[in-house]
Design a protein around this ligand. Sequence first.
Ligand code: SF4
Length: 516
Amino acid sequence: MNLKKYISTPILIGPVALGGAYPIRIQSMTNTDTLDTRASVAQCIRIIEAGADFVRLTAQGVREVENLAKIKKELQHSGFDTPLIADIHFNPAAAEIAARIVEKVRINPGNYADKRASFIKTELSDKEYNEELARIHERLLPLINICRENKTVIRIGINHGSLSDRIMTRYGNTPEGMVQSAMEFVQIFRSENFNDLVLSMKSSDTVIVLESNRLLVKKMLEEGVAYPIHLGVTEAGEGEDGRVRSAAGIGALLSEGIGDSVRVSLTEDPEREIPVAKEIVRFLGGSKDRIIRAVDSQKFNTRDLSYKPEVIIYKNGKYLTENDKPFKGEMLIFSYKTPPFLSEKSQKKTFLNPVFEEDDPEKLTIDAAALLGRYFILKQADGICITNSGKVQGEKLKELSFSILQATEARITRNRYISCPTCGRTKFNLQDAVKKVKAATGHLTGLKIAIMGCIVNGPGEMAGADYGYIGAGEGKVHIYRGMVPVKKNVPEENAVEELLRIIKEDQVENLHQPVI
Ligand code: SF4
């Protein structure tokens, strides 16, 4: 199946067309308290002025949803009619009110009408499974009717890590489970002849993002539907890590022609997400057709090393170039005695040597990750050599290469920090917390540490992390080891120290484990 043939059917979100041959749309999400009208309006304006086509706001309860009407009115009063999106979890009543106020409502099938996943494995018979679907169908009916009346669009937004017990029981926390969760909701909406839908499959793992979106497209093509797709890599973090992870995941999909809107999630002020999203889209070409052509004709050399194995030298624990000398520019040889991701039959080694002309380090970071990410996510490349004729040179190119390999899980040389972009639920300064946790643990390697803004969605969405630092209310933090909270309500000022103490204890214990 040629996924490049996937062209979605356009829909209107307020006055803005999304999908088909329309430009790829950019959005961000506020992190103010939605009850704070002034702060929310001011932040919406900063996001819009940075170039967003849509702005999303969290609406955790009926009060917050009702305040969206005030926020919308004040924005209109200031001359901004950018469509607003309400982000709803666990609260069908809030979704129903929001659908009368804003242009689009995002719901999460993992928690819309299901209880939150308890991670306790239970078996459901087919009968029980279908009864649950019938119950969800009934619960969605009022929302569908309100959306139809008000021309409100629904995004069925799946997050890896916040799937329902029903899905987890049958499919696990997998791309298949994510797609199944979305398609069950799609079928309910379709059976009611409601098609103003956008779908999304998000994860903090770029491999899962690519796999789940590809599978979603495949399923939609099989079912003869083509809803617009919204792209994002969740909890991507901040700084270079966040930009590389986002650009690699989103760029991989856009370069396959998948994706109609984009949100880059950074643990930074939300308006800072917009230039990153715009640069990913600009670099890859702007509209879907152009993106496909841009990638097909991209000028980079793919060197096939299968006939020159002598180029790869393994010395003192490192793979180096011939005679230990780097190639012109900076060179990173990436190889294994037994390549872990090449088939038995193929011992071909490929490294990528893109050539840039870029003076701006941020643009180079985004462009390189958007271009190269997919080859490492798809395990099609073994090495990377970024050559730049612009001002960015030396150590920065090497660091960038390592960042791309790390973000695509191709080679782990650092810790991975998962941190959410924060939203109205965050009750402490997450940006500071991320900086402190990074500074305290930067000497370690290979750990996955999540720093999340709230205990409502944080624990689910950090799935796979070794440790979690999760906001539990004003000035309080829960520390997690894997999925288990091991210290609750630690005062924020002691929380980094406490996290480090737990990590150290675990490392000492691991050192004393007998080798079997
Ligand atoms: S984890 Fe919580 S605070 Fe962070 S973005 Fe998600 S809902 Fe908001």
